[in-house]
Design a protein around this ligand. Structure first.
Ligand SMILES: Cc1ncc(COP(=O)(O)O)c(C=O)c1O
Length: 460
């Protein structure tokens, strides 16, 4: 194949799923205006997609006849708009720090709809959670002791808590209580009497497989039954997050994995394919919840949904990434173009700190779209280019891969990375080089002229 006049093997491509909402934004002309106005990279957010994802999770619960609650895992994106949507829809929020808890409360989420996760919670976090009536997922025995002490010495209400289980199938996890610790914790809860309300158990599993989630959920139902015999409330379980997002069609993903080689990356950079996020998932989002609910746990004879109903157990979940599927994208402006041996090195106006995958020894693979001042170019001849950040670090590559663009990128063109709201935009952001953090723009209405506002008003 001819690439820029040279004969070479085709450069693999990984297009994301077609997304008419994002395309309308790309074709509206707004992004160039905003890039000019901000003078740097920015992210745009589509709150209606968050609403739709939340509704899909709730529909999966009601279709299965299961009582459940969805808590948005706030760590996946720092924007205020998600808290606003959770408050408006009376959805829950999963927070893991004082800052996150303040943000959720400050945007109108009620304390009773907040679950506090994360290890070794500080006194300050536990105290605030108690005062606001939040549910605390207790990670360790010393944390339980601290929570009970705080509840006994001055809190206005009992401490609402879940006991987080160390997953037996992931015994090296540093989170949760092992079987012996669960016994001890139950005993301490019983002895604490009215100071605590032990509402059930929780877990969060690494990976995205549905079967292990159903298995462990069923074990937690058993634990609830045991705790109820001890006189504890134990009427709910949380299965955490880890509902996959399907970024790219199956055929593209499998072809990409089969074809990609070091020569397809700048400086022949190598990545372990196992370190890539699984950008294609046959079962994702709310469908993954449906699958978990339909699964018959090993040794059982009924689905998890049936077990939950039969035992009067409420199902909680904490999706982060999956609620943000399709809910945002990241925009960088090309600031420099350099020719190398058969490809270009683009330098954009931001850094890889705003597309965080590099920091996990991996790379965000869905292809960015090229948007020129006159629109999205089309063309048959690929123009491969990698993308560097505007910093002095060799390792600051937004994309090491040589992306086959449909036209030669030029200074002033925009690169729009699709579907970046889940963890990519801001989990590792840093104002390195005194570069400002990219602002976030909320698009409340699409159409020929999308309506935009800043996610947060600038401080005066
Ligand atoms: C306790 C807990 N809940 C929920 C989540 C959210 O996971 P995801 O964004 O994969 O749904 C995490 C992620 O680390 C977590 O640790």
């Amino acid at each position: 194949m001819a690439v820029n006049g040279r004969s070479t093997a085709p450069v693999p491509t990984l297009p994301s799923h077609a997304d008419p909402d994002t395309d309308r934004v790309l074709d509206s002309g707004l992004l160039h205006e905003l890039s000019y106005a901000f003078g740097g990279p920015f992210h745009f957010l589509l709150p209606h997609r968050f609403d739709a994802n939340l509704a899909a999770f709730r529909t999966a619960l009601s279709d299965a006849g299961v009582e459940g609650r969805v808590y948005y895992a706030k760590k996946a994106n720092k924007a205020a708009v998600w808290m606003e949507r959770c408050a408006a829809h009376k959805a829950g929020v999963d927070v893991a720090s004082v800052g996150e808890l303040r943000e959720a409360l400050g945007h109108g989420v009620r304390g009773e709809n907040i679950v506090v996760t994360g290890p070794a919670k500080s006194d300050e976090l536990l105290r605030l959670a108690l005062l606001q009536g939040c549910l605390v997922a207790v990670d360790a025995l010393d944390e339980l002791d601290l929570l009970i002490t705080l509840a006994l010495t001055g809190a206005v209400r009992p401490a609402r808590l879940l006991l987080r289980r160390l997953p037996p199938a992931q015994p090296h996890s540093r989170f949760g209580l092992n079987a012996a610790e669960v016994e001890t914790a139950l005993d301490r809860c019983v002895r604490a009497g009215d100071a605590v309300r032990m509402e059930g158990f929780s877990f969060h599993l690494s990976g995205y497989a549905t079967q292990p989630r159903a298995e462990l959920a069923s074990e937690l139902v058993d634990l609830c039954l045991k705790a109820r015999v001890l006189g504890l409330q134990a009427d709910r379980i949380s299965i955490g997050g880890g509902f996959a997002v399907d970024y790219s069609p199956a055929d593209h993903w499998h072809t990409f994995l089969a074809d990609q080689r070091p020569e397809h990356y700048h400086a022949s950079k190598t990545f372990q394919s196992g370190d890539f996020y699984p950008y294609h998932s046959p079962v994702a989002g709310a469908d993954a919840l449906r699958t978990v609910l339909d699964t018959v746990p090993e040794g059982g004879h009924e689905s998890l949904a049936a077990r939950l109903k039969e035992t009067g157990t409420l199902l909680m979940m904490e999706p982060g990434r999956a609620l943000l599927d399709g809910a945002g994208a990241s925009v960088f402006r090309v600031q420099g173009v350099k020719d190398r041996d058969g490809y270009q090195i683009l330098t954009v106006d931001g850094t890889s700190l705003s597309l965080s995958e590099q920091w996990f020894n991996s790379e965000y693979l869905p292809d960015p779209q090229l948007v020129t001042p006159t629109g999205r170019p089309t063309g048959d001849e690929p123009h491969p280019a990698c993308v560097g950040g505007a910093s002095c670090l060799e390792s600051d590559m937004v994309t090491w891969r040589k992306i086959p663009f449909p036209a030669r990128p030029r200074i002033g063109d925009l690169l729009v990375y699709p579907n970046t709201a889940g963890y990519q935009m801001d989990s590792n952001e840093s104002p390195f080089h005194d570069l400002p953090l990219p602002p976030k723009v909320v698009l409340d209405r699409l159409g020929d002229r999308p309506r935009w506002r800043l996610d947060r008003r600038p401080a005066c």
